[in-house]
Design a protein around this ligand. Structure first.
Ligand SMILES: NC(=O)c1ccc[n+]([C@@H]2O[C@H](COP(=O)([O-])OP(=O)(O)OC[C@H]3O[C@@H](n4cnc5c(N)ncnc54)[C@H](OP(=O)(O)O)[C@@H]3O)[C@@H](O)[C@H]2O)c1
Length: 511
């Protein structure tokens, strides 16, 4: 049995400082972009806050020849660029870097895993002999299979004189079939409670706050249902394009990259029933129930309710930019979507017939992630004769990034003798209320995995359900190789996306 005495983030972690047991983190793919930009800066931040355990070590595993000294120097350079902490003259920097050891090898070779095992044991024996190990797969997904199998063969997957866990980066599968296969490969070597499928959105404070907002406050629950809510809009907009990662994106598309993981996570946290306890399985059970309740998407439904798009050449903030098809590495006949919008229904008593509109895209006017809840109109409109035009709906917005906060738009009388009514905002902003910006999502998730708390990680059934829902869209698009509708850079997507709401007398929120 695993010792989980430290677990439960919101119940105790928001108040108490949680320090994990001594352990070793093994980063597979340590010379990659994710390690340099996110993992090492997050670990350094945890180190500076004294949140890393005693006797902590990092083994950086990658293929290119490098000495430990060289690797530490690379990481010091990376920290200068990406750490929120002052690096020059930071007395902790050298001590932090001394925790890192470089291990060179090819993931596909069993010998390198056997060498890794010996190296680990030596390191652990020098300390207290406890074998608490956290493997982190920060590699292209094509490597997951060999690494997991080799960890099994080298007996680096067992809990033996300590715990062993594995964090697996997204994407976890690229459709239902591949997700099932990957879950099988992983499940043959690790038990489900050892597996931490990461979706860094869940590490964001604002995403966790969806649960606190809903379940720590008494006033919202009574209106959180079909009786009061007209519809919900979830937006994940980026103003950037593929940023030199065209080949990766061409194989992925926005549906796989954003909707399958981040957006369905937001949707299920928003729509789930209250869990019976704040623990990993109770929360994830409720999230899976939401995914199971979403109406399956038939071909006809997809045709009428799912829209894709590709950005066409244009300009954004006075800068001329090339369209998706002109980006490096993108074939002229590409049908990969850089934009998607869709309508979903959740068939349960709480949400029956409430449309959930989702949109995600690249090269949109600004970077913004939010959930906007549109409430129904007041049952009787008594101000029709005294105000001009329609009275706008009340909208509650959960702002995930970049302006983290919550805002409520409601209608108010314009001062003066007339009777005009105008919407006003009531705003809560994290920065203003708490006087500090939220920590990076990876800090929270790395710490949770070391502590053994999987609440903010995706369970296998959750991952499979998400793929089961969206795979018919992937198949539909593959079988309909028509030109993908284009949208202008700096616009909010193709006309077809506007039509999706306009035909129901609704409109996307202007951001
Ligand atoms: N980058 C991000 O911001 C980001 C964000 C979210 C999720 N992710 C996910 O995180 C994962 C890693 O992304 P990344 O951008 O860091 O990838 P990356 O820059 O391409 O790095 C890949 C790493 O894997 C190593 N590698 C590949 N094949 C190997 C082999 N056969 N043996 C040993 N080492 C091998 C490379 O080592 P050498 O270079 O030494 O050969 C390198 O360290 C991906 O699953 C990605 O989807 C990344």
């Amino acid at each position: 049995m695993e010792d989980k005495s430290n677990e439960n983030p919101l119940r105790q972690g928001m108040r108490l400082i949680r320090t994990p047991q001594p352990c070793t983190l093994i980063i597979f793919g340590a010379t990659g972009d994710l390690t340099r930009r996110k993992l090492i800066p997050s670990l350094f931040s945890l180190y500076n806050q004294s949140l890393l355990p005693q006797n902590f070590n990092i083994i950086a595993f990658a293929r290119r020849p490098k000495t430990t000294e060289e690797f530490r120097r690379d990481m010091a350079d990376g920290l200068k660029e990406f750490s929120e902490f002052q690096i020059d003259k930071n007395p902790g920097l050298d001590r932090f870097l001394s925790l890192i050891h470089y291990h060179r090898g090819d993931f596909t070779q069993i010998e390198t895993h056997e060498k890794l095992k010996k190296f680990l044991q030596k390191l652990e024996d020098k300390k207290d002999g406890q074998r608490n190990r956290l493997h982190y797969l920060a590699t292209p997904p094509s490597q997951y299979d060999s690494i997991i199998k080799n960890l099994g063969t080298a007996q680096l997957a067992r809990n033996e004189n300590g715990w062993t866990r594995i964090i697996i980066e997204k994407p976890f599968g690229r459709d239902l079939q591949s997700a099932l296969e990957l879950n099988k490969i992983t499940g043959d070597v690790f038990t489900e409670d050892q597996i931490y499928r990461i979706d860094h959105y869940l590490g964001k404070e604002t995403v966790q706050n969806i649960l606190v907002f809903r379940f720590a406050n008494g006033i919202f629950e009574p209106i959180w249902n079909r009786r009061y809510i007209d519809h919900v809009q979830i937006t994940v907009a980026e103003n950037i394009g593929v940023e030199g990662r065209g080949r990766f994106f061409e194989e992925t598309g926005i549906l796989r990259d954003i909707v399958q993981n981040h957006m369905l996570q937001l949707l299920s946290l928003f729509a789930m029933e209250p869990p019976s306890a704040f623990d990993a399985n109770a929360v994830r059970d409720e999230k899976v129930k939401v995914l199971k309740a979403i109406s399956p998407l038939s071909r006809q439904y997809i045709k009428n309710n799912v829209v894709r798009g590709q950005y066409a050449a244009g300009s954004l903030m006075a800068k001329s930019l090339s369209g998706y098809l002109q980006e490096e590495g993108i074939p002229d006949n590409s049908i990969t979507e850089t934009y998607v919008a869709m309508k979903l229904f959740i068939d349960n008593w709480r949400w029956a017939s409430v449309p959930f509109y989702l949109r995600a895209g690249k090269r949109l006017p600004k970077r913004v992630t939010e959930i906007a809840i549109y409430f129904k109109d007041a049952p009787l409109q008594i101000f029709g004769d005294v105000t001009e035009g329609e009275i706008p709906a009340n909208v509650l917005t959960l702002k995930i990034q970049p302006d983290e906060g919550i805002s409520l738009k409601f209608d108010s009388k314009v001062p003066g003798p007339g009777g005009n009514i105008r919407p006003v905002n009531m705003d809560f902003r994290y920065g203003t209320s708490f006087g500090e910006s939220p920590p990076d999502a990876y800090e929270r998730l790395l710490l949770d995995a070391m502590i053994g708390d999987s609440t903010l990680f995706t369970r296998s059934d959750e991952n499979e359900k998400a793929w089961e829902l969206l795979t018919p869209i992937l198949h539909y698009w593959q079988n309909n190789k028509n030109r993908v509708p284009q949208y202008n850079i700096g616009s909010w997507g193709p006309k077809e996306a506007d039509d999706l709401l306009n035909k129901e007398n609704r409109a996307w929120r202007r951001l």
